[in-house]
Write a protein that binds this ligand. Structure first.
Ligand code: OGA
Ligand code: NI
Length: 371
């Protein structure tokens, strides 16, 4: 399936969700109201007497990855095993002692909170278009009449350096650009470690995944999500269900407000952020390269009526022009290649055109049709 180039303009005038929240409306406009099947659901009923607790009523795994940065090989191997298990089963985990400094995490979150709290003009100067999505945005997808999500965001490229354009990063608050640079550097190091672990535990060379991403020429981008308070949080979503199209995602959550939900066995599990933790998940490109050993799992964000929420989603991606396909060593007569080769530049056009649509892309046209 091919998707045409993206248009240069949004199909409808853009309304900032924050402006709706600030106006103090008591009912959300119709274009944010999800069909009942997509609305946040109360957690599944639990029977305390059951001897078989419902799988998925727990939180995602919490892993202390500190040993990856120390000299104890046995301890590092134990962490690697936990990471691998989490990525096979959940596609998600929380990591503590990940090497990203607490001050850097806090300032990254705070500069962005400050950015969104500036007067409209300071933000509108960076207003984005669907042509490249870079800048201040309020929708994902270009389908006219689509039901929208309750969030505004800022999207920027950190790598490759040719795509990084500081003039498209906010000039205010003043420390923002330096803070984002530092945050990006530290998260890249953490991701580099994870890439080695994930490669080794597929029975491949430790550099396999990184090489597939372009080695030193990998790509990285940041989507900062701002979820304003919502007067009717039961009718909408902050971000509709999707899997991340890229490689690895590192999410810096809001420590005070939860909202991320992960799909596990058909249930939506709300992640409770642990202090100092980063939330890691597998994206579609690693599912493809691993021939579905590692899973990119559906997730979404819910909103609430009394607290806004800020999250930073950092995407560690393949260089856009490389063909991504299942590792040859993982393709056998018993387990043929599940996905056809595609570049990430091509792949990401789907979500940019249609908006967040669960796992439709990977399970639909991304899947290789046999015969
Ligand atoms: C994303 C994402 C979840 C959140 O930006 O891709 O899934 O909790 N964000 O903000
Ligand atoms: Ni996501």
């Amino acid at each position: 399936m091919t998707i045409a180039n993206l248009p240069g303009e949004w199909p409808e005038p853009i309304v900032r969700v924050q402006s709706l929240a600030d106006a103090g409306i008591s009912a959300i406009p119709e274009r944010y109201i999800k069909p009942p099947s997509d609305r946040p659901s109360p957690p599944p009923p639990q029977n305390p007497a059951s001897r078989h607790p419902i799988v998925g009523d727990d939180d995602i795994p919490l892993i202390d990855v500190g040993p990856l940065f120390a000299g104890d090989a046995a301890a590092a191997a134990a962490v690697a095993a936990q990471v691998t298990e989490a990525c096979r089963k959940w596609g998600f985990f929380q990591a503590v002692r990940h090497g990203v400094e607490p001050e850097v995490m806090d300032s990254a979150r705070e500069v962005w909170r400050e950015f969104f709290h500036q007067p409209a003009a300071a933000k509108e100067a960076y207003s984005n278009s669907p042509a490249d999505y870079v800048g201040y945005g309020s929708r994902l997808g270009v389908e006219k009449g689509a039901v929208l999500d309750w969030n505004d965001y800022f999207f920027l490229h950190c790598l490759p350096s040719g795509w990084k354009d500081h003039s498209k990063w906010p000039a205010t608050p003043t420390p923002l650009r330096d803070v984002v640079e530092k945050y990006s550097e530290q998260v890249n190091k953490f991701c580099g470690k994870l890439m080695k672990i994930l490669s080794t535990n597929l029975g491949l060379e430790e550099g396999f995944l990184q090489d597939a991403f372009g080695g030193e020429n990998f790509a990285a981008c940041l989507r900062v999500n701002f979820y304003p308070k919502c007067p009717q949080p039961d009718l909408t979503l902050g971000l509709s269900s999707h899997s991340d199209p890229g490689g690895l995602t590192v999410l810096l959550p809001d420590p005070d407000v939860s909202g991320l939900q992960v799909r596990q066995n058909g249930n939506w599990v709300t992640v409770k952020p642990v202090t100092g933790a980063l939330i890691v998940n597998i994206g579609d490109q690693i599912q493809v390269l691993s021939n579905a050993v590692y899973k990119s799992v559906e997730h979404r964000a819910i909103v609430n009526s009394n607290q806004e929420r800020v999250s930073l989603a950092y995407f560690y991606n393949p260089r856009g022009d490389l063909l991504i396909q299942p590792a040859q060593k993982l393709v056998t007569p018993e387990k043929p290649a599940l996905y056809a080769p595609m570049t990430f530049d091509q792949y990401r056009l789907y979500i940019r055109t249609k908006g967040p649509k669960g796992k439709e892309q990977l399970e639909g046209f991304g899947k290789k049709h046999q015969g």
